[in-house]
Ligand binder design. Structure first.
Ligand code: SAH
Length: 370
């Protein structure tokens, strides 16, 4: 069987691995052993799975593949941020970013190749949506980044140039995930939820739901669906405008959802999960950064279980947009603070390597050299 046609085991649940093994006449406990190799240890070499009989390893090697995205390029920032361009099995690429915080590493992962939402300020949507990522491809990004931090015991993954970014010293087993790379996670709902399941499961990467942040442009029905699941995952809503006059011009893909419906869905999410919702507000000069809009945002959000994260707008060539000045951002924050809404200004990590989402893939597609 050609390798490309073999099923990738990365992305399967424990139960599914049990099914695959049962079809090969194997007992169910083998699935646990396999998960332990594939997920926490990040092993991609069958021959290293020494508690599996040699015959079974050969059978598995002939039937399945274990494939993570491979590192095509990395950009390393002075502050330890590493931006990855990762190659998928079909040759397309996605970006992922590793950030190092005091509390440990955070991995910013993509959920789609490109994006269909068409936000006018965003580089990821420039070419539209190419395709959804599978859960295995989302998880594979995390595995690649974990391997480079020495968080796996397996090889750095078949086919990749792991370790290219150097070990960052001893790192504990836990990490944070932010789904803020390319793509709209709630437009790829099932794969995103499956990814979160594997990330959280004791047979998977055993990470707390509280270490996961899902960022969405505000797809109301999917936010409500997520709320019914009651997972204590952090929800970030990309708002960027407090009213329906301005927001659709910046975020045409969600023009059909009025701001008040987005906020109501987020309130329900906060209620269902007990988690405070974060509103992301990227500031662009002369577009959405006026004092009047800060007051309007304050009126919209005061009294809710919410918090605003102001993001300096990152200018993407061709959009004609410029980021607001530091002074304007601070002024916006003060006005918001006076309305009683908790507000922070995002610390920019990796600004020297242009870590804004979608920009590296865009350059790779355009054939531009870094
Ligand atoms: N689709 C999801 C997650 C991806 S984008 C979402 O919309 O939330 C992650 C965040 O970066 C979003 O808040 C997005 O609006 C913001 N963003 C995208 N391009 C930006 C830019 N050029 N400058 C500032 N923020 C940007």
């Amino acid at each position: 069987m050609a390798e490309a046609q073999q099923e990738n085991l990365i992305g399967l649940t424990l139960a599914e691995m049990g099914d695959r093994l049962a079809a090969l006449g194997q007992p169910a406990y083998r699935a646990r052993q396999l998960c332990a190799w594939i997920y926490p240890r990040g092993e991609t070499r069958w021959e290293a799975m020494t508690d599996l009989p040699a015959q079974l390893r050969e059978l598995l090697a002939a039937s399945f593949r274990l494939s993570w995205p491979e590192t095509r390029r990395t950009l390393v920032s002075d502050d330890g941020t590493v931006k990855y361009l990762l190659g998928l099995d079909d040759g397309d690429t996605v970006e992922a970013v590793r950030l190092l915080y005091r509390y440990g590493p955070a991995f910013c992962l993509s959920t789609q190749v490109g994006c269909g939402m068409g936000c006018v300020f965003c580089a990821s949507g420039a070419g539209g949506l190419a395709r959804n990522l599978t859960a295995g491809e989302i998880l594979g990004q995390a595995q690649r980044l974990r391997a480079d931090l020495g968080m796996t015991t397996g090889a750095a993954g078949a086919g990749g140039r792991g370790g290219a970014t150097g070990p960052a010293g001893a790192v504990g087993p836990s990490f944070h995930v932010v789904l803020m790379g390319s793509g709209e996670p709630l437009a790829n709902f099932d794969a995103t939820l499956r990814f979160i399941e594997i990330l959280h499961a004791p047979w998977g990467l055993a990470q707390s739901h509280r270490h996961v942040t899902l960022s969405t442009c505000g797809l109301v029905p999917q936010i409500r669906r997520l709320a019914t699941l009651g997972l204590p995952v952090n929800l970030s809503i990309s708002l960027h405008a407090p009213n329906d006059r301005l927001r659709p011009s910046l975020m045409p893909g969600v023009a059909s959802f009025p701001v008040r419906d987005v906020v109501a869905a987020a309130d329900d999410y906060a209620k269902a999960t007990g988690r405070r919702v974060t509103y992301e507000y990227s500031l662009f000069k002369g577009v959405n950064d006026s004092v009047a809009l800060a007051r309007e945002l304050g009126r919209l959000l005061s009294g809710r279980l919410a918090h605003v994260n102001l993001i300096p707008g990152n200018p993407v060539p061709g959009t004609g947009l410029a980021g607001s000045s530091g002074e304007t951002i601070r002024g916006f924050a003060v006005v918001l603070h006076e309305t009683g809404v908790p507000v922070t200004v995002r610390r920019e990590l990796g600004s020297d390597i242009n870590a804004a989402c979608g920009q590296l893939r865009g350059k790779a597609r355009a054939g531009e050299k870094q």
